[in-house]
Design a protein around this ligand. Structure first.
Ligand SMILES: C[S@@+](CC[C@H](N)C(=O)[O-])C[C@H]1O[C@@H](n2cnc3c(N)ncnc32)[C@H](O)[C@@H]1O
Length: 212
């Protein structure tokens, strides 16, 4: 696990500077943005949300901008990714997001969250790490709370699937093809969640589940 976390910290030290290009290119069209889709599901109420593997905050910031009553905690292993996120949060003058540098395999927080979410992160993890992260996400979720996972999904349209083969397929870790075929319903049920639905976007999907 130590090796894994050192690799992630090293990789994102550099990627942090260019990471947001992905959203600018890939999700420019609002119709294709799973982040807007995620934000639409979450009511603007006094609830507390944990965004696991917050990165540069593209999902968390989208939620916080729409829902000023939500309180969001974002955790990530990479200080550089959080630094980019914090700059954006300050520029947008959002006061409903708090960032913590933390390993998602060992979330040092109590089960206080109404919503737990993670975007485009699980596919990068070895299976044992992903299992540990999802177990922790379930643990910190309150009973009746909702879990939202954004992940890559192969497009059905021919031209888009060619684009997908170049990015992200080509650059993602070995095992990405197998990950894309994961049966999310049985995977999440094994973790004690109730699978609710999947929403499809152009290159991604939003998986929705609940606890209890
Ligand atoms: C592909 S980025 C996704 C960032 C963001 N969620 C998004 O949707 O753009 C993956 C992020 O997961 C973080 N990460 C990977 N493993 C982690 C772990 N065990 N604990 C916390 N963060 C982790 C990385 O540092 C990186 O910021």
């Amino acid at each position: 696990m130590k090796n894994y976390s050192e690799t992630v910290k090293f990789r994102y030290k550099f990627l942090a500077h260019v990471y947001d290009l992905m959203d600018i290119v890939g999700f420019r069209n609002k119709k294709y943005s799973p982040r807007l889709g995620l934000a639409r599901h979450i009511p603007n109420e006094n609830i507390i949300i944990l965004d696991v593997c917050f990165g540069t905050g593209n999902s968390g910031i989208t939620i916080a901008t729409k829902n000023t009553k939500n309180k969001i905690i974002g955790i990530d292993l990479s200080k550089q990714m959080l630094k980019v996120a914090q700059n954006k949060i300050s520029r947008k003058q959002l006061n409903n997001i708090t960032l913590r540098n933390m390993d998602a395999t060992n979330i040092r927080l109590n089960p206080i969250f109404d919503v737990v979410t993670t975007s485009l992160s699980l596919h990068e993890m070895p299976k044992d790490i992903m299992d540990a992260v999802v177990s922790e996400m379930v643990r910190v979720l309150k009973n009746n709370g909702k879990m939202y996972i954004i992940e890559w999904d192969k497009p059905t349209r021919f031209l888009s699937s060619i684009v997908f083969m170049l990015f992200p397929y080509f650059i993602e870790p070995k095992g990405f093809g197998k990950f894309l075929k994961l049966d999310w319903k049985s995977y999440l049920e094994k973790h004690g969640l109730k699978f609710e639905s999947v929403e499809k976007y152009m290159f991604t999907k939003l998986i929705i589940a609940s606890k209890g």
